[in-house]
Design a protein around this ligand. Structure first.
Ligand code: PMP
Length: 394
């Protein structure tokens, strides 16, 4: 065995979980991705999707994607920088910039690539990136590629953020980066206070709106819109892989910063552009966000009902105020067991375990879609209650 294989053969965690029958990953969906899916020939209620508006099977998105393939073909075979820019990319960028209230925007091929490219290229060696400890992995990867000094603050703790800002040399650039809605715990960043501190210390702000677009603010235009902070936030990023029910991502800001990113973000320049079908589906999703507010209203009715019901049944759901509902378990193995038991009861939920979160913060991530019915929601909660009771967690 060569040295690499010898080292990697020591990694047997997945096999151990498989032997225990609690390995929860890579489940094979065999049907359309709706509120119910077929896995291993069985009907399962889906409470693990990020398509919060339930648009994955919407006829208008499908039709838009089909027409884009027919017009442009299947891929772009090149970077936006060179041969990969379509008129549909430019049109969607213009619409997205207007949607989030910024001058300009650029589309990347995934949201991960947005954070990787943007966070890594804006600040220099002596500058600072100041980040919330629960930020998404893609922001952390972007920081790793930056030579700047990185200062972590405690989750949503504004005193901790201020302490970090005080540590910085006043004449150097300070970029505060936060998730708008935190992806695992479902709570909102305190943007008004972040803006106040940023003004006090002359810092810039980037907000990842992956989990807030489509859900919060006017027409679903995000947390910055909801909190009236758009003009004081420098960069807004979003992804198409959640409410937009497609694949891709974007960042919006003023003309100066977007012009810089267009020519410096390496994951934008050195990667093939967003496919015609993905671009068209995201564009159709934007139409629906703007024209079908009843979807968002239903999603919020479901959310308020679910938050009340989980709390009254005794589940520990932290500080969530959104369709992302963490059911804290605080033990890796039990989290896997509950995921397996829930699946056997016909409920798909996602386990979130260490190292994605601290071992004491493991949780089941339960997420809602606007296409769920109240009956489905009740069935999901009833079954999870049964599983939590069986595992002596309630
Ligand atoms: N930011 C956040 C907060 C996310 O949750 C995710 C996806 N999980 C991303 C960025 C990356 O987006 P994408 O799936 O488009 O790569």
């Amino acid at each position: 065995m060569n040295l690499l294989d010898a080292k990697l053969s020591q990694y047997t965690e997945p096999q151990k979980a498989q032997a225990l029958g609690i390995y929860p990953y890579f489940r094979k969906i065999e049907s359309e991705q709706s509120t119910e899916v077929i896995i291993d020939g069985r009907r399962v209620l889906m409470f693990g999707s990020n398509a919060y508006l339930g648009l994955t099977n919407h006829p208008k998105l499908k039709q838009a994607a089909i027409e884009a393939v027919e017009k442009y073909g299947t891929g772009c075979a090149g970077s936006r920088f060179l041969n990969g820019t379509l008129d549909s990319h430019l049109a969607l960028e213009k619409r997205l910039a207007e949607f989030v209230g910024k001058e300009d925007a650029i589309i990347f091929s995934t949201g991960f690539q947005v954070n990787l490219g943007v966070v890594s290229c804006l600040t220099g060696r002596e500058d600072y990136i100041i980040w919330d400890e629960l930020n998404h992995a893609s922001i952390i990867e972007g920081m790793r590629l930056s030579f700047s000094q990185k200062l972590k603050f405690r989750h949503n703790d504004m005193a901790s953020l201020e302490k970090r800002l005080q540590q910085c040399a006043p004449e150097k650039i300070k970029l505060i980066v936060v998730d708008g809605v935190f992806s695992m715990e479902g709570d909102r960043a305190n943007l008004p206070e972040i803006v106040r501190l940023a003004k006090k210390y002359n810092a810039s702000i980037m907000v990842d709106e992956a989990h807030s677009l489509g859900i919060l603010g006017k027409n679903g235009s995000g947390l910055c819109n909801e909190t009236g902070t758009t003009d004081n936030v420098d960069l807004v990023m979003g992804t198409f892989s959640k409410s937009f029910a497609s694949l891709g991502g974007f960042v919006a800001g003023n003309k100066t910063v977007i012009n810089y990113l267009r020519h410096h973000a390496r994951s934008y320049i050195f990667s093939a552009s967003c496919t015609p079908a993905s671009t068209a589906a995201a564009n159709a999703a934007l139409d629906i966000m703007i024209n079908e507010p009843e979807r968002r209203e239903h999603l919020w009715n479901l959310t308020h009902y679910a938050l009340d019901r989980f709390r009254s049944l005794g589940f520990e759901i932290g500080h969530t105020t959104t369709p992302i509902i963490p059911l804290f378990i605080r033990d890796n193995e039990k989290t896997f067991t509950v995921t397996r038991d829930a699946f056997e009861e016909g409920v798909f939920v996602n386990p979130v375990v260490a190292p994605a979160v601290a071992p004491t913060d493991t949780l089941i991530r339960f997420s809602l879609m606007a296409t769920h019915t109240m009956q489905q929601l009740d069935e999901g909660i009833d079954k999870l209650y049964k599983v939590f009771r069986k595992n002596k967690l309630l």
